[in-house]
Design a protein around this ligand. Structure first.
Ligand code: PMV
Length: 358
């Protein structure tokens, strides 16, 4: 364990992004989800965060925090971290006794249209739980450590709760998944031969600019959405079917449900009071090309889309060469500046400061 008489302590975590196959859309108070969700944790798209803590000489009744992103103080994200720290006031009272400085970097292009809140909030949450262990000298067993990090990450950004674990991850109380909860995410076990263990994800960047609707606004719009109840039922039933399909390695069903979820998310956006359209003509072209290619080759590929115009093309590693050729031949032309990211299913967060035990 690190000695607390050291002047300043540095804690570092790298946390991955994730892409949901069952979309969390709509929330209740305290960042609790209206429906269960399921995602693939990514390997390459991640956020690295270092937290330096230094004990204040005198407590001043405030939580002192600075947040730097790629070396520059970042007001926008710093504000979100401030909100998170305020929520944690009573749960982590030691926050008042330290000066906190976060330094974060994303390893995916800054403006790639990939939501970074999941990986960023997950990295921040892991740093905070490590800090808690050090300053309270209360060591959690690993499973408890990650569960607590998932709870804290959820308070920052719902989807971040899933980025605490590798592989396939669910979040939300789901009758068929033992130990599942609305409070934290749970890793979903894959059997030895599951092809999803070797899932690849090609992220096709149709538009790299920030999306027009923040997910917070999107969740809020679900409260008065005419399809609100229908959506909850659809998502929970899709989630039940998908977990069965994954356990049975039923690729056709996995593809059908994932694509239905992506299109449903956008249908909900379009039919919300704001009439938001995030899909772009090139998004639809890519979808058409993927369907055509699948029909003509019989390859096990499918798409999913987040709350934006970019398309994730999911495939299995043994099809890598053909799929990459297809991307170069048919899809790159629809990507902004030909941009796409080669990613795959990942193993979860990594501690970057091994001298900090956890
Ligand atoms: O975690 P938030 O509040 O940014 O919401 C994420 C919502 C989606 O990305 C559209 C779906 C999901 O489950 O990740």
């Amino acid at each position: 364990m690190v000695q607390m008489d050291e002047k300043s302590i540095k804690i570092g975590w790298r946390a991955p992004s994730n892409i949901a196959l069952i979309k969390y859309w709509g929330k209740r108070a305290n960042q609790l989800p209206e429906n269960g969700s399921l995602s693939i944790t990514l390997e390459n798209s991640s956020t690295t965060t270092y937290l330096s803590i230094r004990k204040k000489e005198k407590a001043d009744g405030e939580i002192g925090m600075k947040y730097y992103f790629h070396g520059v103080q970042n007001q926008k994200f710093g504000k979100k971290i401030d909100q998170l720290l305020n929520l944690l006031q009573s749960e982590m009272p030691f926050l008042y006794d330290y000066k906190l400085v976060f330094h974060s970097e994303n390893n995916f292009p800054h403006s790639a249209g990939i939501a970074s809140s999941a990986s960023s909030m997950a990295a921040v949450a892991l740093c905070l739980v490590s800090m808690e262990q050090i300053v309270t000298r209360r060591k959690l067993v690993k499973a408890e450590f990650f569960q607590r990090a998932s709870v804290i990450a959820r308070l920052g950004s719902g989807s971040a709760s899933r980025s605490i674990f590798g592989g396939i991850v669910t979040w939300g109380t789901i009758a068929s998944i033992e130990g599942s909860s609305d409070l934290y995410a749970t890793p979903f076990p894959l059997h030895e031969l599951s092809r999803l263990k070797h899932a690849g994800d090609i992220i096709l960047i149709v538009n790299a600019r920030e999306k027009k609707v923040s997910s917070s606004l999107g969740h809020a719009m679900m409260a008065a959405h005419p399809y609100r109840e229908g959506r909850k039922n659809q998502a929970n039933s899709n989630l039940n079917e998908l977990t069965k399909a994954i356990s049975e390695d039923n690729y056709h069903l996995i593809a059908k449900i994932a694509e239905n979820e992506a299109l449903s998310l956008h249908a909900l956006l379009m039919t919300s009071s704001s009439g938001t359209i995030l899909l772009q003509p090139n998004t639809l072209q890519i979808i058409e090309e993927i369907k055509k290619f699948r029909e003509s080759t019989g390859l096990d590929i499918f798409f999913t889309i987040d709350a934006g115009p970019n398309v994730h093309l999911i495939y299995f590693e043994n099809q890598r060469e053909m799929v990459h050729q297809f991307v170069r031949d048919k899809l790159v032309c629809y990507c902004e500046n030909g941009q796409w990211i080669d990613d795959k299913i990942g193993s979860g967060p990594k501690l970057l400061t091994p001298e900090i035990e956890f």
